[in-house]
Design a protein around this ligand. Structure first.
Ligand SMILES: [Fe+2]
Length: 352
């Protein structure tokens, strides 16, 4: 099996003159760009990258003195991939930012077609309201906002609240399908008591009539306490996967699929001293260290030393190796549902 030509054909004066002539008619030859368009393996401008939470936090506190959550709409610092500067992207098709809500502040109610996740990094007890229900936010909680779901955030605690936002903004942008609107009220009316969706959909029970299909999980808060308990329980008996340790994915209890149509999320436990086998996948992945310390090698030469709350990104098809100095927990998210839907997802394990 041979690969496609790696380089375009030579540029001759005749060819160049022809290209220029047809360019005026909005035509261009495929043979000069084919090698860049159809590559034998993924080639991405997305680079391995890492952010220390301590640095993000310091910048966010500074931002807190410069602009209110209300004026900013969302007081967020975008984590911009160094290979994709100016594009508001952490990977080619996902966005991530860290949001700060100070005590007493409200991030006003709005809704949009973009799907969002929150992963709580610091603070205890601020709230997010989604479609008429409030949920309390605690460290490590994974919270989702489905497309066109009203959402607002408020902090009635005494401490600043930080979380990671992950959105499919570049996917929706690519599809030219962005719609957004503000609520008339700063905070949306609350229609159901806290815990309603957890009881209704997140307790191994489902209503006998299926919920209206939205593509997103009706459970919108996956509390870390429950996730961690499951990991601890499974760690007693389950053999460690050479590439992943003990890795599980968050699910939509109605479909068994991913929590959102565009974003998959995962949680993994690595035992102390674990050294993973090399692993590659086509879904560029954003990781957050939740517990423990360790280091991750991305590609041949990018090494990130991480501790709780630090964030790093593994581009598509870059080999990744995790080493855990302590027992560690990593949260991660990617565009895997999109890749599965399009039958594009590939992975390669190096333990076999
Ligand atoms: Fe939003």
């Amino acid at each position: 099996m041979s690969t496609l030509p790696a380089a375009p054909p030579a540029e001759t004066p005749d060819r160049l003159a022809f290209y220029e002539r047809i360019s005026k008619k909005h035509l261009t030859p495929l043979w000069t760009s084919l090698a860049k368009l159809v590559t034998p393996e993924p080639v991405s401008a997305c680079q391995p990258a890492a952010w220390s939470f301590a640095e993000i936090r310091a910048a966010m506190i500074e931002a807190g003195g410069l602009i209110t959550a209300k004026e900013a709409e969302r007081r967020v610092l975008i984590l911009e991939n160094p290979g994709l500067r100016g594009q508001s992207k952490i990977t080619t098709d996902l966005y991530a930012g860290v949001q700060l809500v100070l005590p007493g502040e409200v991030a006003p109610a709005h809704r949009h077609t973009q799907s969002a996740l929150r992963f709580v990094l610091e603070g205890d007890g601020a709230h997010t309201a989604v479609n008429g229900e409030r949920t309390s936010m605690h460290y490590g909680d994974f919270i989702i906002t489905p497309p066109m779901a009203w959402h607002d955030h408020g902090n009635e605690t005494d401490e600043p609240m930080f979380w990671l936002d992950g959105l499919d903004i570049p996917i929706v942008q690519f599809l030219d399908a962005s719609f957004a609107e503000h609520h008339d009220e700063e905070e949306q009316p609350i229609a159901r008591p806290a815990g309603d969706s957890q009881a209704r959909y997140g307790s191994n029970l489902l209503p006998i009539d299926p919920p209206a299909a939205s593509g997103a999980s009706p459970v919108f808060n996956y509390p870390y306490a429950r996730t961690r308990e499951a990991l601890s329980h499974l760690a007693r008996t389950q053999a460690w996967d050479p590439c992943h340790g003990l890795k599980m994915r968050y699910s939509n209890p109605v479909t068994g699929g991913y929590p959102m149509t565009t974003i998959a999320a995962f949680i993994q436990l690595l035992p102390r001293g674990f050294h993973s086998a090399r692993y590659q996948s086509t879904d560029a992945t954003i990781f957050v260290a939740v517990e423990g310390r360790g280091r991750t090698r991305i590609g041949e030469d990018f090494i990130v030393e991480w501790q709780p709350r630090d964030i790093f990104v593994v581009p598509s098809w870059k080999p990744v190796v995790h080493e855990a100095a302590d027992e560690a927990v990593l949260f991660s998210f990617s565009d895997r549902p999109v890749q599965h839907a399009l039958h594009l997802f590939r992975e390669k394990r190096h333990d076999v």
